[in-house]
Design a protein around this ligand. Structure first.
Ligand code: SF4
Length: 722
């Protein structure tokens, strides 16, 4: 029954990894039912102190009843044959069908015939249940997440150098930094509330320097003291060149390096092969600018902010590590205003890693490759063992489905038919899989038509749980209104399938999923962190309620979490020393050549989010960029004979795409840019069927060998006037 009073509920923004606190206003909506009526920033939340960006501030508009009536998945649907439309059905029938089909496929083809593809938009509790279902119940590590497209190179970079997947900094460091070094990130668009904080810190401290390394002159670069428009993919050469300057000018913190690190001699030998002139030539930058950046960096305190420009690369782990090396070499870590700070793209990529919801991870940052870690997780779950064989990561999972090796796909809260690279392969996978379950709050995604079973999930403002933001801060997400129509929380759907499946696969045994609430799931996750780097045994839902969001670690007995890690110079490696691992620069997997002479990169716009399931329902958010464009330098546009508004065929080694041209003098000649948000409903220009796949028709599935993150930031293309 609708409640008649307007109410306020504290929760967290569902978009980016800054994790801003919001206050949701709810009450009777236009249709008389309980509805979200307004949203404002939570003044008490330490991530944003009341600020919201354009996306967060319009969350309520995307939750209007008339919007939801068009956009939301309302009831379970199943189809009995691929050539038949799905029909609505009840939850019990849909869940029984899913459990029965998964059991059949697992019994016939083994546990690894199942692939579960989840999302950094899920809450920690959702992630936990999915991960236990895959690894504990079914016995496969074939669970991965769209966070693989986002943060896995940052994870691998931290682990390689510092020994643990733990961003060592906090937002407060912006107020203490002398130099902010932004690499491969555009926080003015992608993390606007953090960028506002940076702007305020610069106003308060006019001596603060902002250096931005980015091939594009983004809004962030526009405001920088020094912009380094490096050639796409040349980040490692830039960082080695900066280290060479530091070595030449005696700016390396030799005492710190000797006391707290290992492996510097090999890196020093490599850096001496990259003197500033060589780095400048490789990066296409003035040597003086590289030298200036190196001096400011070493002077510090220096805070690096980095994101997909480093991560989405076939050498993403090397790029992350090479930047962290600069912090270690100059002792710019473990103190206020200093450290390498990866900006999380999604709202809960961190939480997903914390529960081990990826193909190569286990609960609480345990490592799948470690026999001891596997035994600990098995003991926590009351099982004799958990599987050792590494699972398929995001792109590999769909490649395996396209090859017929994975036969059932369960996709939750993500839209791989738009967001994964090499869309033709992805769509072959979705067609070839014998059974596809899509669990989503939205009905209109490019993936939904492939669903044999569609399970409607409740969305933001309708579910309880937690998320972890970029600075390791755990915040509550709270339900302000009931789930839309017949939708259910993601953890509850996963539990309900799991309970049915365990009745078939391990009958008569106590349930592995005895959860009646999100809090019970979280409590089990909390216990799994005991003694780990992310120990939160001192935290509880009650503490989050009473004292607000908290950073990890927060072990039993602690009063608060740690703002900064590694202040004592001890790192999370076996010997306590941070590691330098020398890696020479590597070219992108698809270097440009005379056949494909342009380097295509992608990125976010200021007012849109991911595939626009939610932001695409808010007309105001199209004021900034009303339609997709392919941006190129005016000189390149002139060379191929196009101007603003003309169309070009952009063709990669995989597909062709018709796109409208926008000239942008902020791009390097030879580089072209397209926003990541638009899919097949939007792109297509003149109606070419080949164009009806979105920008990821073109992108490359090449992976970083360590992180398995695809190289979404670099695809070689050719352009032809359409
Ligand atoms: Fe939401 Fe990120 Fe904007 Fe904050 S900065 S309001 S978390 S999208």
């Amino acid at each position: 029954a609708p409640r008649t009073q307007r109410r306020e509920t504290r929760s967290t923004c569902c978009y980016c990894g800054i994790g801003c606190g919001v206050v949701i206003e709810s009450g009777p909506g236009t249709d008389g039912r309980d509805a979200i009526l307004g949203v404002r920033g939570d003044e008490t939340h330490p991530a944003n102190f009341g600020r919201l960006c354009s996306k967060g501030a319009t969350l309520h508009l995307s939750a209007a009843p008339e919007v939801y009536a068009q956009a939301r998945a309302a009831t379970p649907e199943v189809r009995t044959a691929r050539d038949r439309p799905r029909q609505p059905c009840g939850w019990d029938a849909a869940l029984d069908l899913v459990a029965g089909r998964l059991e059949g496929i697992v019994r016939a083809h083994g546990p690894d015939a199942l692939g579960i593809y989840v999302s950094g938009q899920l809450l920690t509790e959702d992630y936990y249940v999915f991960n236990k279902l895959a690894k504990g119940l079914v016995g496969t590590n074939n669970i991965d997440t769209n966070s693989r497209l986002c943060m896995s190179s940052a994870v691998a970079g931290y682990k390689r150098t510092l020994g643990a997947d733990a961003p060592p900094c906090c937002y407060d460091d912006l107020d203490h930094a002398g130099t902010v070094f932004v690499a491969g990130a555009n926080p003015a668009f992608a993390h606007p509330v953090l960028y506002r904080r940076l702007e305020e810190a610069r106003r308060r401290n006019p001596r603060m320097r902002l250096v931005v390394a980015d091939p594009r002159r983004t809004d962030t670069a526009e405001g920088a003291d020094l912009h380094l428009p490096l050639a796409p993919g040349s980040d490692v050469a830039l960082f080695l060149g900066m280290l060479a300057v530091m070595l030449a000018e005696d700016l390396v913190a030799r005492d710190y390096v000797a006391a707290h690190t290992s492996g510097f001699a090999e890196l020093e030998a490599l850096a001496t092969q990259w003197p500033v002139d060589r780095a400048a030539a490789e990066c296409g930058l003035p040597g003086d600018d590289i030298a200036a950046a190196a001096r400011w960096f070493a002077q510090g305190p220096t805070l690096s902010l980095y994101c997909q420009g480093l991560n989405q690369s076939s050498s993403g782990t090397d790029k992350n590590a090479a930047l962290i090396h600069l912090h270690l070499a100059t002792a710019q870590i473990g103190r206020p205003g200093a450290g390498p700070f990866s900006l999380t793209g999604q709202p809960n990529a961190m939480g997903g890693r914390e529960v081990g919801g990826m193909a190569n991870l286990l609960s609480a940052h345990r490592d799948l490759a470690s026999e001891r870690d596997r035994a600990e997780v098995a003991a926590l779950w009351g099982l004799p063992s958990v599987p050792a064989r590494p699972g398929r990561t995001a792109v590999e999972m769909f490649e395996a489905a396209a090859a017929g090796e994975i036969r059932a796909l369960w996709i939750a809260c993500t839209n791989p038919a738009q967001s994964l690279p090499d869309q033709r392969m992805v769509r072959r996978a979705l067609e070839r899989a014998e059974f596809v379950v899509v669990q989503d709050a939205y009905i209109g995604t490019a993936t939904a038509p492939y669903a044999d079973v569609l399970l409607p999930a409740s969305g933001w403002g309708e579910k309880d749980g937690t998320v972890t933001n970029s600075e390791r801060r755990i915040s509550r997400v709270r339900a302000a209104v009931p789930g839309y129509a017949d939708s259910r929380e993601d953890w509850r759907i996963a539990r309900d399938v799991a309970v049915r499946l365990e009745a078939r696969l391990r009958p008569g045994r106590p349930s592995l999923f005895p959860y009646a609430s999100a809090e019970q799931v979280w409590n089990e996750h909390r216990e799994s962190t005991r003694g780990r780097d992310l120990d939160i045994t001192g935290l509880s839902y009650a503490m989050l309620e009473a004292e607000g969001p908290q950073q990890w670690p927060l072990p039993q007995g602690a009063r608060e979490g740690l703002a900064r890690l590694y202040a004592d110079g001890r790192f999370a490696t076996a010997d306590g020393r941070a590691r330098f691992v020398a890696s020479a620069p590597r070219a992108p997997a698809e270097p440009v050549d005379r056949h494909y002479p342009f380097a295509l990169t992608g990125g976010r716009l200021r007012d849109q989010w991911h595939g626009m399931s939610r932001t695409g329902t808010v007309p105001q958010l199209f004021g900034h960029a009303p339609e997709p464009t392919l941006d190129l330098h005016p000189a390149d546009a002139a060379r191929i004979g196009v101007g603003d508004g003309d169309f070009v065929y952009a063709t990669s080694r995989r597909a062709s795409q018709v796109m409208r041209v926008r000239r942008d003098p902020g791009l390097r000649p030879g580089s072209v840019f397209a926003a990541m948000h638009w899919g097949e409903e939007w792109v297509g220009g003149r109606g070419s069927h080949a164009a009806a796949l979105g920008i990821n028709a073109l992108t490359s599935p090449a992976l970083d060998p360590a992180s398995r993150q695809p190289e979404l930031k670099h695809t070689a293309v050719k352009l032809l006037r359409a």
